[in-house]
Design a protein around this ligand. Structure first.
Ligand SMILES: Cc1ncc(C[n+]2csc(CCOP(=O)(O)OP(=O)(O)O)c2C)c(N)n1
Length: 337
């Protein structure tokens, strides 16, 4: 019978600077792109140009960027509704993501998915899902398919701390552990599920310890440190790829915006949010890059300017794109393979 070993769960410290200049700048660019993209989406939403829900990822960028840097292009990625960051970090063109938010025919899901349903199967991005924890069993299924077909890839499944109280978390990870599937579960602990603080709804609020329910490795990392995320995801992904079964990573982070647009945020104080902003993952990476002489202030500013231009281009593209043809409504409901 499997036994729970306390040594399988741990809190990880960042392990020094192990990054090339090219990677350092790429991560700075991607995190800045996600931030700026979402600030512009927020503005467009306020102007009534984007409909439906809009869950912003601002403050959590280091998780998506660090994780994607550790994964292989053929690894499967599946996620929840706060999904723009993963898609942009995976390299999807911002204009296709913005057009999707605008519900335009040129969007990533042809304008039929919107903010919560960004999928790009060619990039092994299986999409965002709106039902909390609903995609975790789907991740288990993807991992089972990989194991069955003896493929070298793994599945990375992202979700929030709130989802770890859902039954799907237990059923999905339980079977993944029984079958030793190649799955890494990356929990973004941003402290809240909508307006409810984690400790009010979770008997165990150190989420990484929930790994012991399945007797799988679990680690808590600083999710605002892009390098710590890359290193932990790389290590856990390697273990999983080499037959180590599922792994759980709890990335500690914070969302600077409300749960979705229009959230009055009465459940937290302005001071708490301001304090969290002092750990801003982008400002922090900017300092690390400079302190380690990986780039100059001018180079970083230039990247910021390029990102700004790219996001403006994405907005223009979305605004000038056509709406989907009504005849398209029932297409793409089923796929042939
Ligand atoms: C099964 C289910 N219950 C409730 C909701 C409503 N809901 C949407 S998001 C959310 C909070 C989830 O929080 P968390 O998993 O921590 O993710 P975060 O939004 O913080 O990234 C809830 C309760 C839902 N979409 N699905």
């Amino acid at each position: 019978m499997a036994s729970t070993s306390p040594a399988r769960i741990s809190i990880e410290d960042a392990a020094g600077i192990n990054v090339t200049r090219e990677e350092a700048l790429d991560w700075f660019r991607k995190m800045s792109l996600i931030r700026r993209f979402e600030e512009r989406a927020e503005e467009a939403y306020g102007q009534g140009k984007i409909g439906g829900f809009l869950h912003l990822y601002i403050g959590e960028e280091a998780v998506a960027v660090g994780a994607m840097a550790a994964l292989q292009p053929e690894d499967d990625v599946i996620t929840h509704y706060r999904d723009h960051g993963y898609v942009l970090a995976r390299g999807v063109e911002p204009k296709r993501v913005m057009a999707e938010l605008y519900g335009k025919a040129t969007g990533l899901s042809k304008g039929k998915g919107g903010s919560m349903h960004m999928a790009d199967v060619r990039r092994h991005l299986w999409g965002g899902y709106a039902i909390v924890g609903g995609h975790i069993p789907l991740a288990t299924g993807l991992a089972l398919a990989i194991q069955y077909r003896k493929l070298p890839q793994i599945v990375a499944c992202f979700f929030g701390d709130g989802a770890t109280n859902a039954g799907t978390f237990y059923s999905g990870l339980n079977l993944a552990a029984v079958w030793k599937l190649p799955l890494i579960a990356i929990v973004e602990n941003n402290h809240y599920g909508m307006g409810t603080a984690l400790e009010r709804v979770s008997a165990v609020d150190e989420v990484y310890r929930k790994a012991s329910s399945f007797d799988i490795p679990g680690v808590r990392i600083d999710g605002n440190d892009v390098l710590a995320v890359r290193d932990a995801v790389r290590r856990m992904a390697d273990q999983s790829r080499n037959g180590g079964g599922p792994q759980l990573i709890e990335a500690m982070t914070y969302r600077f915006r409300g749960h979705s647009m229009g959230d009055p945020q009465r459940y937290r104080t302005k001071e708490e949010v301001e304090e969290a902003k002092s750990r801003d993952p982008i400002a922090r990476w900017r300092s690390t890059v400079q302190e380690n002489d990986l780039a100059t202030e001018d180079e970083l500013r230039k990247i910021g300017d390029e990102v700004e231009a790219e996001v403006e281009e994405a907005v223009r593209f979305a605004e000038n794109s056509p709406a989907p043809d009504p005849g398209e409504l029932c297409n793409d409901v089923l796929v042939s393979e």
